[in-house]
Ligand binder design. Structure first.
Ligand SMILES: [Zn+2]
Ligand SMILES: [Zn+2]
Length: 317
């Protein structure tokens, strides 16, 4: 009798454990399913595949349209008008552009779309701007509401900073894919009492944003590299330089990760003057000296920028 009793007790324990495990499994499955459901709840499951294709198509378009919206803000700056809140300006531009895109999608997919740009933000790359757009769709009885996120590239757009900072009235000009400062920069330096403003008469800088391929930048000290960098007019990543969104507002410096470009002087003068990285000229204001004093086109650089670009000696590029 005793062993039998033990047996039945054992059976009860095994049975209870088994039931507990099954219950736990069911709870786990329920929790996982619920979490998945919450994640996907903004897409109606029946229409999921159909909407997914449309949302993907819309997202791909957003890369180009976001960039168009930025370019419109840049054009405003080049037209001589100030952009005081660039994310807001770009939001407005994009909302307008998306109205016609939504209409295009209505004809293409027979779907009612409405959209609202939620944010335009800098990213941890100075070459990209992040767009977030809330997209609502309705087709027959199915509906969805989703936030679409895409990065737009600013490479190939014009640098708005020189014009936004100095204004068109300063006499600054843009042609041959270059910013021609004429006397605008020297007048600005004279006004702020910086050293040797005459060094920056007729200074030039690249206009179209191109990312410098000579990375790490210390390679600018290698033979021929700096010359090619200046001839092509490349821009460089810089924690001290301003991001594209802040450039539109005429800020030479900002809290975001940004970029810098060399402002090239063309002068026989060998005086100390502002170091030629644009964030130094427009915001940080410290001096540098010509890398090669005998070269009219030599960059005026301070020691930390010389180190960053590997230009420590008396290089003539
Ligand atoms: Zn470069
Ligand atoms: Zn910024």
């Amino acid at each position: 009798m005793k062993p039998k009793k033990l047996d039945s007790k054992g059976n009860i324990i095994v049975g209870t454990t088994a039931i507990l495990i099954v219950v736990l499994l069911l709870i786990s499955i329920f929790v996982i399913t619920t979490l998945n459901y919450i994640q996907n709840s903004n897409i109606d499951s029946e229409a999921n595949d159909n909407f997914k294709y449309i949302i993907d198509d819309y997202s791909t378009n957003l890369e180009v349209l976001g960039r168009d919206a930025i370019a419109e803000a840049t054009q405003k700056v080049y037209n001589g008008l100030p952009v005081r809140d660039s994310p807001d300006q770009i939001k407005k531009n994009l909302n307008k552009i998306l109205i016609s895109k939504n209409e295009e999608f209505r004809q293409k997919y027979d779907i009612d779309l409405s959209s609202e740009v939620i944010s335009v933000e800098p990213t941890d790359s100075p070459w990209k701007v992040l767009f977030k757009v809330k997209l609502n769709g309705k087709k027959d009885m199915d509906e969805f509401s989703q936030i679409v996120e895409r990065n737009a590239s600013i490479e190939g757009l014009r640098d708005p900073l020189p014009v936004a900072k100095l204004t068109i009235a300063s006499g600054i000009m843009a042609y041959d894919d270059k910013i021609h400062y004429k006397t605008a920069l020297s007048a600005y330096m004279l006004l702020h009492d910086f050293d040797s403003p005459e060094s920056y008469i007729e200074a030039t800088a690249p206009m179209t944003i191109k990312k410098c391929p000579y990375d790490p930048y210390i390679h600018h000290g290698d033979p021929g590299v700096l010359r090619d960098c200046l001839d092509t007019g490349y821009f460089h990543e810089s924690a001290d330089g301003s991001c594209y969104l802040c450039r539109l507002e005429g800020k030479g410096k900002c809290p975001h990760y940004g970029m810098e470009v060399f402002i090239q002087t063309h002068t026989p003068l060998g005086n100390e003057s502002l170091s030629c990285s644009d964030h130094v000229v427009f915001a940080d204001h410290y001096n540098g000296a010509k890398i090669d004093p005998s070269d009219w086109d030599s960059l005026i650089l301070d020691s930390s920028h010389r180190k960053k670009y590997g230009l420590v000696g008396n290089e003539s590029y």
